[in-house]
Design a protein around this ligand. Structure first.
Ligand code: COA
Length: 415
């Protein structure tokens, strides 16, 4: 079966996490992704957090599936020529170097346009234009500067970063959308363009509801669904809301049977208004369905702590999975806190290709997260990440270099 991005060639100049997540997605949709790395070293993540000596790390392998790897020294004059040939042959150049690095290599936007006016140049940077535009940025910096950390955690504790890589993988996703949109526009204009996804912007986009709350707070001085209401105090900025739900239906994380020894024996419980009577029945508080202090969402707001304490008395008598089964029968929205171990072993995720086992020549079998976006006409087949420079000769031959020329370039240290 053909793939959605068949025929699209990506010159992948990305490294670490943000850029590689983007180009991995494009590869899963069928693009030919040619990853350019430095000979002898490669993407720094190949050797970071290694669990097996001298073998590409899981950090690298899980972010670089379905790509080809070529080694080019882009600071070597002959290496530069190879890169120029690639720019002329590809549709998109994706990079997430520190600000200015591509220009310092000699590949300014103007130069790239001279070489290939149809080229789309897509970049992840930490910040957009402004006071921090020259800064190098990693995941947690973006989480802090994008508003996630100040709004995550509990009221009486420090800001907290989340395990979800919203700065890196989140921005990679934003960039991928920018790229396919630019490719679509190119079908009309015939021209390439620059695509920028700044990590601060990407995180803020994902924290949009918190900017909503900032304005609600400034107007009314309080927010009734926050745990600070009614007894705590609100300051000038959106406070950390613990596990409160970000939407209009109050929710909280509650203990389940076994919580004393299992750190993940918890369930997320949402007291959705339309199923309030059913919740009262399930937890044995039938009288709350009609009691004036509990019958309506507005009446319940000042009592949320007591309500969740009462529901927790019930959830603590059940495992998270037993509670799920019972609550789902009544359409009460809830979710088990799943550990990574439980997710890795979940058969339904294996069946849909969301968790995939991949075989690798030096590492052996490992688990990875497959494509979370499923296209019915462009199914994803997850293929192992390339070894460093595995496809250099193949790609050079496609560019028209003879075996003798390739060997001379290798001797000169250009590839
Ligand atoms: N041949 C020759 N030189 C190469 C090369 C190649 N194939 N590939 C990279 N380089 C050079 C670059 O030109 C650059 O050289 P310069 O500084 O002399 O201009 C150098 O390698 C290092 O690149 P840089 O991006 O600065 O790497 P770093 O390890 O110092 O910084 C980041 C890493 C992630 C902090 C930085 O790249 C960054 O801020 N990126 C943008 C934001 C981002 O994506 N962050 C999230 C990462 S998950």
């Amino acid at each position: 079966m053909s793939k959605a991005l068949d025929g699209v060639r990506i010159l992948d100049f990305t490294h670490v996490q943000s850029g590689p997540t983007c180009t991995q997605l494009l590869a899963w949709f069928g693009a030919d992704v040619i990853k350019v790395e430095r000979a002898g070293a490669g993407d720094i993540t190949r050797e970071q957090l290694r669990d097996i000596p001298d073998v590409d790390s899981l950090y690298f392998t899980m972010l670089n599936h379905n790509k080809r790897s070529v080694t080019i020294d882009t600071k070597n004059p002959e290496g530069k020529q190879v890169l120029e040939a690639l720019i002329q042959k590809c549709d998109v150049l994706v990079e997430n170097f520190a600000p200015g690095a591509l220009d310092r290599m000699g590949f300014t936007w103007e130069r790239i346009q001279e070489l290939n006016p149809r080229m789309i140049v897509a970049s992840v940077k930490g910040f957009g234009p402004g006071p921090y535009e020259d800064c190098k940025v990693y995941e947690n910096v973006a989480q802090c500067a994008g508003g996630a950390a100040s709004t995550t955690g509990f009221d009486d504790g420090p800001p907290v970063v989340t395990g979800a890589q919203i700065g890196d993988s989140g921005t990679g996703l934003h960039l991928a959308l920018g790229i396919v949109t630019a490719l679509f526009q190119r079908t009309q204009t015939g021209r390439g363009q620059r695509v920028l996804a700044a990590m601060q912007d990407g995180v803020l986009n994902l924290c949009r509801v918190k900017l909503r709350d900032q304005q609600r707070l400034e107007r009314n001085g309080t927010m009734k669904e926050y745990p600070q209401y009614p007894n705590g105090t609100f300051g000038e900025a959106v406070p950390r809301a613990g596990n409160a739900s970000g939407g209009g239906q109050p929710g909280w994380i509650l203990k389940c049977k076994g919580w004393e020894t299992d750190p993940n024996a918890y369930i997320y419980f949402i007291t959705q208004a339309p199923v309030w009577a059913k919740i009262c029945n399930v937890i044995g508080k039938e009288e709350w369905a009609t009691h004036p202090d509990y019958a309506t969402p507005a009446a319940r707001l000042p009592h949320l702590k007591d309500i969740f304490a009462e529901i927790e008395r019930w959830t603590m008598t059940k495992t998270k999975f037993e509670a799920m089964q019972i609550l789902n029968k009544y359409d009460i929205p809830c979710g088990p806190i799943l550990s990574m171990k439980e997710i890795a072993e979940e058969p339904s995720l294996r069946k849909t290709g969301t968790i995939v086992e991949v075989d690798h020549p030096t590492r052996g079998k490992y688990l990875t997260v497959g494509n979370p976006i499923k296209l019915s006409d462009s199914p994803t087949e997850v293929k192992r990440s390339p070894l460093l420079g595995e496809h250099t000769d193949e790609v050079m031959a496609e560019l028209g270099y003879s075996p003798e020329q390739i060997s001379a370039l290798r001797t000169a240290g250009a590839i």
